[in-house]
Write a protein that binds this ligand. Sequence first.
Ligand code: MCN
Length: 780
Amino acid sequence: MQTLKGRLEDERMLTGRGRYVSDWNLSNQAYAHFLRSDHAHATIVSIDASAALAHPGVLAVLTGEDVERAGYKSLPAALPAKGRGGMELINPGRPALAQGRVRFAGDAVAIVVADSAAAAQDAAELVAVEYESLPAVVSALDALAPGAPLVHEDVPGNVVMDYETGDEVATRAAFARAAKTVKLTVDNTRVVGNPMEPRACLAAYDAAGGMYHLYACTQGAPTMRGQLSAVLGVPPEKIRVIAEEVGGGFGVRFNLYPEYCAALLAAKTLDRPVKWVGTRSEVFLADEQARDVASRSELALDESGRIIGMRFDLVSNLGAYLAPTGPFVNTIAVVNCLSGVYDVKAAAYARIRLALTNTAPLAAYRGAGRPVMSYALERVVDQAAVELKMDPAELRRRSLIPKNAFPYKIASGFEYDCGDFEGVLDDALKAADWQGFEKRRAESAQRERLRGRGMATFIESTGAGFAPKDQVEVRWDGDGGLTLYGPTHSHGQGHETTYAQIVSAVLGVPMESVRLRTAGADFYLVGNATGGSRSLLAVGSIMQLAAHEVVKKGLKLAADELEAAEADIEFRAGRYRIKGTDRSVTLLALAKQFAGATPHPLDVQYENKFGSTYPNGCHIAEVEIAPETGDAEIVSYVACDDAGNIINHQIVEGQVQGGVTQGAGQVFGELAVYDRESGQLLTGSFMDYAMPRAVLVNGLKLVEHPVPTATNPLGAKGVGEAGVTGSMPALMNAVMDALRTAGVTHFDMPASPHRLWQAISAAKAGDPRALAIVDLPAAQ
Ligand code: MCN
């Protein structure tokens, strides 16, 4: 397989030739600005737009009433599962613009459209909204408390879903016979996704064809088109979602947002394209946020320290409305690896309550549920090692699912197809020089640093997709090159390069002649967005199959050209040859003969669906903390991952490194804070919100331990989220290991210098759990 020094997309992006959403312009376009609620929770008494409408250049001010009048439906949100006692998800609905009530600070109340962006912004300040303030609730634990303000009247107790999975009876039995039980409550904090490109869109409506065109930041046009279809009430074929470069997704560009619907309504109303370019402040206020799950984990262990059962109680904060993927990400995507890499058979059980609060809605964010599970599980496994005074690696080793036990069904019903967890552990221990730690710790102590070591042995489920199938197309261009069309948008993952590698390996054409397009006005494909680290294993696999179809089609043309029977011709390295002769023709030459023909005889449309894979890994981190200042540093990090067969090692390295750093960002600084009284977001800019820097993760060592899967033709497992799923528990376990030497027994993220210093000081003063979350309220 051909490999390049860099990626095919690098030059375009590094030389400023990438076309992001704000780079698109349509003739006669108008500009939008959103007026947002400055209340966390309030009734809208009245909206007076007359002064705004009189402002020079203003074309329209639309509110929730206009959305209702247009017949736009709520943003969709569903969960393909029932909860306890058959409970159905309660979706209180989310209109494109607030109707009658605002439910979080930042909720869009009106769209103001004008000849210029400045006029729209100025006029927005003239819209007079009278609010009647209501009490707000911002934390899920508060939202569950009796008498808490209701975010939606039709959601009793603010709980939209009370979900459970696993075998409660078998789990109870395991706990009853356990020699030792261990319990730990942890807080997986709330973060803001913060892609490089703030949200933006350009909306247009073509009245003649009844077509809606939306240029937007998206992780996949087909997904967004489907969600738009649900809101607009028109078939997906009437909608085109267009994007070239998208400046990062991380999960928070997966879903349709209300602003895009409002912009489309404005474009249709005015019969003019409408452009909106959001600000970083709007990213903080109104992008989907992530994590925010409090969990209590319990382990049951036998006399030898083997884990024989586990149970979890989780409370997730889903914000003020359900984002389309919010319920899924916080239930099924959490429990699809419920018992991790451990052999507890049926003895695992989880209960998850999904709560609404007056905060920005929550949805997928790199890892989408799996880092919640790995964090809840791997933290309590380390706690067990502490309480049993066992080496954490040895404790894990005793409980790993053995290599010969696959396929292995877990209590939540999912089935791991393959793996070598012990081999992964061994490789990681070796790379991290596990045995040499005490020496390094002593050396750190000489420099008055607290050194800690932490590990996580984790597994993820990647590849789930909501769409029933993925479609791809291979189309030959006039210049002899070919363009691949696929549903997954690449926004940092390097699909342009890896898909080209796969196809060029089959067709024997240069990689540079293979282009990729994923969202355009001129094509329409069905399929899944980029998410759940499924692009390579699903769409990459179908690209490979499509390329084989091209070879098959080419065989007929070659037979004509060479005047030979198809059975006598072989295809190798881009060339059809009559077996045993030197008479041949290249695929490229055949393709060029038909250059410009539409359809080209070698064009192929192909579809299929490949499902879940189970990448896994062992990550080991070492950190140093300066007790006088609370400054923490990651001094080494080993990521040993099983991603199955790898197509592009450089990209995989980058993906793991990015994921590890993203997890480190949450562990060491990132935190979205809402004021408990006012419900206002206190961390609304990079001045208050600590984004990680590139230097945060030092001494990164990546180790591959591939166990190819048979569930897709590439033998590949997803890798885009592995870094974050492993790094959060590994790093916090390392922080805890260091803190224990200073007497701190419990501590929750973020491990910022101030909090670390506070925790160490409090422990000295006799309070070893001062900065840890309190326990969860009992489930009814
Ligand atoms: N790859 C490979 N061999 C494998 C697995 C993957 O060569 N065995 C390559 C793939 O071909 C692809 C890349 O690694 O080029 C990631 O592939 P995959 O694991 O299939 O994940 P996706 O492409 O579906 O990416 C999604 C995943 C998710 S869900 C988030 S969120 C995320 C992420 O990837 N967001 C990102 N990585 C990101 N990276 C950047 N720069 N920006 C984001 O927004």
